[in-house]
Design a protein around this ligand. Structure first.
Ligand code: ASN
Length: 511
């Protein structure tokens, strides 16, 4: 397979496109009469004057936006910005703002490789959790970030956080809603704000970071990265029911009447109960508090038990927790309160779900928000290859074997190879940057393509020539593969559509 055309600017490096969605937060704040408040025009005031965000040598011909100088990954990142009006201190964020963020990503999904949402830190973990549930079959990175000090201050974490987010969003196909802060990319729905002032403001106590900035490079923990495994296009659920849920933290001496009062609020549908340790509440076995909660569950209120501890999980180990379970309370395992509240709101906002459906979905992981991941270990027979192949790593050898199986339409061999360590091989690429999906796109086997997609292979990776699998399938006339890729959310990039002689075919391939 040879590159069709190269997407190039002056220095020959390909470029990615990232959309920055400015919602407000300290990163864009300036002093006002009542203290810090968000200011408009982030592009002109904060990014354009800084060489790291505005490469003076780059031709600005396509989008009305500057681009980064080439990164350590030999890519330029061209970005556009849209800003909320009005910009918000994130302490005022609401479900309608989450819907606006999700809509902006959806409406621009085909135009950009990744998205960075600038956001205040106060409710950042809530927004990251909410968006993770609202976005189904996400195939591209959506990274929320902000800062503890305004980017205009002498000492600020704003530049590092924004630059790290932009580079990750424009370089790696990490198809999750992430939160980038202080050199780490976390799974958004695992985060919690742990410091009001330190630059290390966020933690993800029950889940390792998805990526870390490590000196000049970025280490991505690929086995941890989740990928959509259903053949379906990206979709946004806009409606979260935050109006009928509450969050209550128990404390020594809490009166059952207080809890009862909350559980009798008009139209209350769900409660996140923050309990002690592994899920205990005061009052002992079959105490008044448990009875109050049981009656609410019987009236149809969904109650989720999460721990006040930042790490660990709730479990029916002690009698009070077990009694709550018998009263119909759902064990939230290691859900953060932020994830529990937004997951409950998301499920209550989905049409047509019964309480049983909601309870079932609360008890299992939908977007990696709870721990239930196992890591397969890698072993492949081709590790024993010798002679010329001995220069290859075992994984490169396995990928070569996979490539031949794809080319020969040997779906059983493909399955066998992927059963070893599919996740790693799906990230692997050949010397020209072609992933298994690129190879399947030109080989034309829909069975193999389906196998790759069901295992979470990305349809958005581009090879060294900046070609997507859909582009190659279209170019080589593999219509069935192109259709399948489109059903899994693939689309052509702006550059691919712009490529002159291929324009007709490319346009025809648009969903
Ligand atoms: N109050 C600010 C906000 O959440 C805090 C921050 O961004 N550091 O918008």
């Amino acid at each position: 397979m040879s590159p069709a055309t190269e997407s190039q600017n002056g220095d020959g490096y390909p470029e990615s496109r990232v959309l920055i969605i400015g919602t407000g937060g300290t990163i864009c704040m300036q002093p006002g009469p009542d203290g810090l408040q968000p200011s408009e025009g982030f592009l002109e005031s904060a990014m354009a004057p800084r060489p790291s965000f505005n490469d003076p040598s780059a031709p600005k011909v396509k989008l009305q936006a500057p681009e980064n100088p080439p990164t350590a990954y030999h890519r330029h990142i061209r970005y556009g910005i849209v800003e909320f009006n009005p910009l918000l201190d994130s302490s005022s964020i609401s479900a309608s703002d989450w819907a606006a963020m999700a809509r902006t990503v959806r409406d621009n999904y085909h135009l950009y490789d990744g998205f960075v949402i600038l956001h205040g830190t106060d409710s950042l973990a809530y927004s990251a959790s909410a968006l993770s549930f609202m976005m189904a079959n996400l195939g591209k990175p959506v990274i929320l970030t902000g800062s503890q000090a305004p980017i205009f201050s002498l000492q600020s974490d704003g530049v590092d956080n924004l630059l790290g987010s932009l580079i990750i969003a424009g370089t790696f196909v990490i198809p999750e809603v992430g939160l980038f802060f202080h050199h780490k990319l976390y799974r958004g729905n695992r985060t919690t704000k742990v410091s009001a002032a330190s630059f290390e403001a966020f933690a993800s106590p029950n889940c390792e970071p998805l990526a870390r900035v490590n000196g000049l490079g970025i280490d991505v923990n690929w086995p941890l990265v989740l990928r959509p495994t259903t053949i379906a296009a990206f979709r946004v659920h806009e409606t979260l029911d935050t109006a009928h849920v509450a969050c209550l933290r128990v404390f020594p001496g809490i009166k059952p009447e207080m809890v009862d009062a909350v559980l009798h609020l008009p139209d209350i549908r769900g409660l996140v109960l923050e309990t002690f340790g592994m899920g205990n509440v005061p009052g002992g076995v079959d105490g008044r508090l448990t009875q109050v909660i049981r009656s609410a569950v019987e009236r149809g209120v969904i109650v989720v038990n999460v721990s006040q501890c930042v790490s660990g999980f709730v479990s029916p180990v002690y009698a009070p927790g077990t009694q709550l379970g018998r009263a119909g309370v759902i064990f939230g395992l290691d859900l953060t309160p932020e994830a529990a509240l937004t997951k409950l709101s998301y499920l209550l906002g989905l049409p047509g779900l019964s309480n049983k459906d909601i309870s079932d979905r609360l008890s299992r992981s939908l977007r990696g928000e709870m721990t239930e991941i196992s890591h397969p270990t890698f072993s492949h027979p081709s590790a024993s290859l010798d002679n010329a192949a001995s220069r290859l790593t075992p994984r490169e050898s396995a990928f070569a074997a996979l490539g031949y199986a794809i080319q020969n339409h040997e779906v059983d061999v493909v399955r066998k190879i992927l059963d070893g360590d599919g996740m790693q091989l799906l990230k692997q690429a050949d010397y020209a940057g072609n992933t298994a999906v690129h190879l399947a796109a030109v080989s034309g086997s829909t069975d193999i393509m389906l196998e790759l997609l069901k295992r979470g292979a990305s349809v958005h990776e581009r090879n060294r020539a900046d070609n997507s699998p859909l582009f190659l399938a279209t170019l080589t006339g593999r219509e069935d593969c192109a259709q399948l890729l489109k059903s899994a959310g693939a689309h052509l990039s702006v550059e691919e559509i712009e490529r002159g002689p291929l324009l007709g075919a490319a346009r025809a391939a648009q969903p």
